[in-house]
Every structure is written in structure tokens, then in C-alpha cells.
Design a protein around this ligand. Structure first.
Ligand SMILES: [Zn+2]
Ligand SMILES: [Zn+2]
Length: 261
């Protein structure tokens, strides 16, 4: 299983030259397995993912804020009839999911009713999707703390486990449940949008700090933590300074990074 980072910027894409090394695309991570391509969110980074028509492509949405959905319509492979794609979210049932995605890519926000004409795309409830993929891998979901709601996911295959926890505003009340969910993961993707100082001013915005990721990792039996959802204003130079200060086992996400699990 390979973890590919297609987008690690939070809230809005920022393709400024000061941001290009870590990347300006919004949230999209791919787990590439022998028979499956699993995506966590389809932010602007999703446009660069190469969908393999010989694999089952499944997109799990954490939630539907713009930065997690906006890339969906811009992946050229998704528009090819041979690319069978399942879209799913633990947030809502299949009818509601279809309604949200169809309305996002239609009318006021998009030039045409895109998903009315994509027969290769299917919407599914989370429990059905969980059953459908059970022969290939195990997927679990956890409710996160975010305005409007959000769900994290865990994928396990051949004793390798990857946990995705974006978007989430960490609270001590969720600590035990999160710890159990992420325990023994090979990699955990953590929402570290803010610094400790910024978080004081941004309580209620739905994101955690880098320091909270470090503290969480120190109590967890896991391989490594990747800090993602970088603030859109954070430059490469600033991220370099943060990266150098991180303890062993914690890294900042970078667009294009491939991690073999
Ligand atoms: Zn976000
Ligand atoms: Zn969000």
C-alpha cells in the first residue's frame, strides 16, 4: 500500500511561488493498493491524481467544505466512462450525498449539471461501501469535531494501517476515542493548520495545532504522523522552520510525497 499526497493545503488553494515546495493544492490523499485506489477527499489536489481504470476507485469524503470537494470535477480520468468510481461519506446517506455533490457541480457554482451525465460514478452510503470493500480492506470511520461535522477514516490492509483525521479541532473529550482509533497505525494524517499561538485566536474554526499533533503522537503507539491542512498563508520558509523543530516520527505533508507502507 502506498500513500500519495496530492493536496495538503488547508481552506483555499495557494499556488504562490512561496508555497510551491510544500504545495498549494487543498486536501487529497490517495491510498494506492493492488486492486483499489482509495481517496480521502477531493480538494484541488484531486485534479492531479491518475485514476486507474483497472482498479476500484473509491472516494471517502470527510465533509463537504469547498477545500475538500472542489477538485472532484477537474480530474480528467473521472470524466472517462471506463473509470468506475464510487463516492461515499460517513457524514450522510447515498441520497443526500448525491444531492450535495450534484448541487455543488451545477447551476450557480458550475457551468453544467456534471453528475447527471456521469454514468461511471456511483454514490454509496458508508455501511454499504464498508461491506462492498470488506474482501479487499477494512475501513472504519470516526466522528470528528468540526463546524458542520466531519469524519475521519482508517484503512487497514495486510496489517498496514493508515488513519486520516482532517478536519478536526482537537478536544480533550475526544482524546481517548481518537487514541483507540489511531492506535498501531503506520501513519496518521493530522490536521495541524495552526500554530499554538494561532489556535488561541481561532478557537471554534474547526482545526487543531501542530503542537497538539506532537502531544497526541507522544501518547500513541504509531509509526508516524503527517501534519497536513497547512494554513494557506504559511510559506515554504516558515514550514521549513517548523519541520526542523519536529520530533522524530512527525513530518509535514508535501504535495507529491509518496510513502510506502
Ligand atoms: Zn478543510
Ligand atoms: Zn472543513
Amino acid at each position: 500500500m502506498k500513500l500519495i499526497t496530492h493536496g495538503c493545503r488547508g481552506s483555499i488553494p495557494n499556488p504562490s511561488k512561496e508555497m510551491l515546495r510544500y504545495g498549494g493544492n487543498t486536501t487529497c490523499f490517495e491510498l494506492n493498493m493492488d486492486d483499489f485506489q482509495v481517496f480521502f477527499d477531493a480538494g484541488s489536489g484531486f485534479q492531479n491524481a491518475v485514476l486507474d481504470k483497472n482498479k476500484e476507485v473509491i472516494i471517502f469524503f470527510s465533509h463537504f467544505h469547498h477545500d475538500h470537494v472542489q477538485g472532484l470535477a477537474f480530474n480528467r480520468y473521472l470524466l472517462e466512462p471506463e473509470t468506475k468510481t464510487l463516492i461515499c461519506s460517513a457524514m450522510v446517506n447515498s441520497e443526500k450525498l448525491s444531492e450535495i455533490i450534484r448541487s455543488y457541480f451545477s447551476g450557480v457554482f458550475f457551468p453544467l449539471d456534471l453528475f447527471d451525465n456521469l454514468d461511471n460514478v456511483t454514490f454509496s452510503g458508508f455501511n454499504e461501501a464498508q461491506r462492498m470493500v470488506s474482501g479487499g480492506f477494512k475501513i472504519e470511520a470516526i466522528k470528528l469535531n468540526h463546524p458542520g461535522g466531519s469524519f475521519g477514516y482508517s484503512v487497514t490492509q495486510n496489517n498496514k494501517k493508515c488513519v486520516f483525521l482532517c478536519d478536526n479541532e482537537f478536544t480533550t473529550s475526544q482524546a481517548d476515542e481518537l487514541k483507540i482509533f489511531a492506535e498501531k497505525a503506520d501513519v496518521v494524517i493530522w490536521d495541524g493548520m495552526f500554530t499554538k499561538e494561532e489556535l488561541r485566536l481561532k478557537t471554534g474554526w474547526g482545526h487543531s495545532s501542530i503542537q497538539q499533533g506532537i502531544d497526541f503522537f507522544s501518547n500513541l503507539n504509531c509509526g508516524e504522523i503527517i501534519i497536513s491542512h497547512h494554513a494557506p498563508y504559511r510559506t515554504d520558509a516558515e514550514l521549513d522552520i517548523i519541520e526542523q523543530s519536529l520530533p522524530n516520527g512527525i513530518h509535514l505533508a508535501k504535495d507529491g510525497q509518496v510513502l510506502k507502507l
